[in-house]
Design a protein around this ligand. Structure first.
Ligand SMILES: [Zn+2]
Length: 198
């Protein structure tokens, strides 16, 4: 499938919103991602996970997939499920970094894929990579449902994705949308009243 087909699917399930948004950083943007609208639909997410699993497998064997909590937990599990005998772990925030709890452990030298829902700056993924490397395991590849970085690597590690989608944002006092009729909304502050399309 082309990028546009995947992007249409994100819009259809409400994982990609178009409008005039205030981001958590305070910047304004015409697009907003809510990947939970995708991961809450396992029957849709499965196709995305199959595509990422195919790409990860093409790079080389991994024995474990690791996702950052919370956004990466479900995608990591879904991708591992498409790869025979591959474990799915997650790392959690602690003291400004990411750590493994719950008895999760990696073997020295074990090849790992880090899987995330959307990579924008790569900071969460970078913290997971540090946690993996601290255990002696090796991050072979990073894979995301949506890649917003504009690049195809994080340091020396390949960054795979189902779609590339860069969305410009502006400081609030330099936002071109503020001059128009579109009301400014803060999507994450809103509680949804309806379940939306299936
Ligand atoms: Zn604005």
């Amino acid at each position: 499938m082309s990028d546009s087909v995947w992007i249409e699917e994100l819009e259809r399930v409400g994982a990609l919103l178009r409008g005039h948004f205030q981001l958590t950083t305070g910047r304004h943007s015409a697009t907003f991602f809510l990947l939970a609208r995708l991961t809450e639909r396992p029957w849709v997410l499965a196709r995305w996970a199959q595509e990422l699993a195919r790409q990860v497998t093409a790079v080389g064997p991994v024995s474990t997939v690791v996702g950052p909590a919370m956004g990466g937990v479900i995608p990591a599990y879904a991708v591992a499920q498409e790869m025979r005998g591959v474990r799915a772990l997650f790392a959690e925030k602690e003291d400004g970094g990411m750590v493994f709890r719950r008895g999760f452990a990696l073997e020295p030298g074990e090849p790992v894929a880090v899987v995330e829902d959307v990579v924008t700056t790569g900071s969460s993924v970078g913290q997971v990579m540090q946690a993996v490397e601290a255990s002696g395991a090796v991050v072979r590849v990073v894979a995301a449902l949506v890649n917003r970085t504009g690049g195809d690597s994080l340091g020396t590690v390949p960054l795979l994705s189902v779609v590339h989608l860069q969305a410009p944002s502006w400081p609030a006092d330099a936002c071109p949308l503020c001059a128009g009729d579109l009301p400014l909304v803060r999507p994450k502050a809103a509680r949804r009243e309806t379940a939306g399309p299936r």
